[in-house]
Design a binder for this molecule. Structure first.
Ligand code: HEC
Ligand SMILES: [Cu+2]
Length: 376
């Protein structure tokens, strides 16, 4: 019996503690790709070793006592009370162990909490259910939205390799530069979590939290929202593409160029007239990507939470009121202001779509200029 226990305990220790097992054991925490994530990993391992040692001692003594001092062997319990020595020992020893654990933990925490001297600052805003990235002082900002097709989510198609962990536009960062993150939210509490960077920070409405990272290795890193934030909490992944420094600079220049072109195009779109079919096609695309999560692909909404647009008084009533709620949102509800999120042309298209889909047969075609005149 005793031998068996020894073998079992030894096996357990070997499998937990051997470095080989750690390296490819998917159950363990990732070592990540930053200095901090390495520190966090080592801290985690130190604490795990201490816990294992305590566990071995406590369970060892307990099992030894159960086996060797059992009643059938004629053991008689000793009766003693208020042993000052034992009481001091069982207070002092855990206290010392805690202090011992607090030293490396504090060091790591302090390092994690120091976002000073950053080379780049990115503001991260969570909202139901997407991330918005804005590069400070660089005039670059964009939304990052789940890119997994609905057909995979609904099971009509096999799930891809990065199912629910892929986005249309990833956050792009350089290696070897200190990046400071400012996190906030437009609605409820979200949490921006990328395990490979050991960054996990709440994004709270009305507050700004800070975090930082400096990535050592180029690559694509994935994460998720880590704070239950509503129906599509599991559908707002994070993808970070980390580039070599020169590639990053090139990307940045390209983004600025693209932003300038997009601004010109948006200006040009104001004088264009979309055909009804063109508006419906673009509108459906925008609707599925931006609105369907709440109002549902069939426009029926979710009773008591998200209103139906099929037959809704706003969607088949005057255009101005319809434009108004889509552009400005409705404060205090999950209906966001889309005026700054998508272009006038896209707004016109999605409103056209809502006014003519699912049997909403208004026949209206809204143009970018109408959106602009309404006040985007
Ligand atoms: C995060 C969830 C969410 C998303 C995404 C969303 N909406 Fe809404 N929407 C709401 C809620 C909630 C309301 C109800 C607001 C209220 O209480 O009046 C609403 C109301 C509306 C209404 C008024 C309907 C009525 O009859 O009262 C329209 C029109 C509308 N949304 C259009 C859109 C469009 C267009 C999009 C995409 C560009 C969109 N919504 C995306 C949550 C959402
Ligand atoms: Cu979230």
């Amino acid at each position: 019996m005793k031998q068996w226990l020894c073998v079992l305990l030894t096996l357990l220790c070997v499998s937990l503690l051997s470095p080989g097992a750690q390296a490819d054991m998917p159950l363990n925490m990732t070592q990540g790709v930053t200095e901090i994530s390495g520190k966090v990993y080592h801290l985690h391992m130190i604490i795990l070793y201490i816990c294992c040692a305590i566990g071995l001692v406590v369970f060892g003594v307990m099992i030894y006592a159960m086996i060797n001092h059992r009643k059938s062997k004629g053991a008689v319990a000793s009766q003693f009370h208020e042993s000052t020595k034992v009481e001091i020992a069982w207070t002092l020893i855990p206290f010392l162990i805690l202090i011992l654990m607090a030293i490396p933990a504090t060091k790591t925490l302090i390092a994690m909490e120091d976002p000073s001297d950053a080379d780049l600052t990115v503001k991260i805003t969570g909202s139901q259910w997407k991330w918005h990235y804005s590069y400070f002082g660089e005039d670059i900002d964009f939304f990052s939205i789940l890119a997994t097709p609905r057909s995979q989510i609904e099971g009509q198609e096999a799930k891809g390799e990065h199912y629910l962990l892929e986005v249309d536009k990833p956050l792009v960062l350089p290696i070897n530069r200190k990046v400071r993150f400012l996190m906030t939210s437009d609605d409820v509490i979200h949490s921006w979590w990328v395990p490979a960077f050991a960054v996990k920070k709440d994004a709270n409405p009305g507050f700004i939290n800070e975090a930082w990272t400096r990535v050592d290795k180029p690559g694509i890193y994935r994460g998720q929202c880590a704070e239950l934030c509503g129906k599509d909490h599991g559908f707002m992944p994070i993808v970070v593409k980390v580039l070599a420094e020169d590639e990053f600079d090139a990307w940045m220049a390209e983004q600025k160029q693209a932003a300038a072109t997009a601004a010109e195009e948006a200006q040009a779109a104001l004088s264009e007239t979309m055909s009804h079919d063109e508006a419906m096609a673009l509108g459906e695309q925008i609707y599925m990507a931006r609105c369907a999560a709440c109002h549902q692909p069939n426009g029926a909404g979710l009773q008591g939470v998200f209103p139906a647009l099929k037959g809704s008084a706003i969607a088949i009533g005057p255009i101005a009121a319809h434009l108004d709620i889509v552009i400005h949102g409705k404060t205090g509800t999950a209906m966001q202001a889309f005026g700054k999120q998508i272009t006038a042309k896209e707004l016109a298209a999605v409103v056209t779509y809502e006014r003519n889909a699912w049997g909403n047969n208004t026949g209206d075609t809204v143009q970018a200029a109408d959106v602009n005149n309404h006040g985007q």
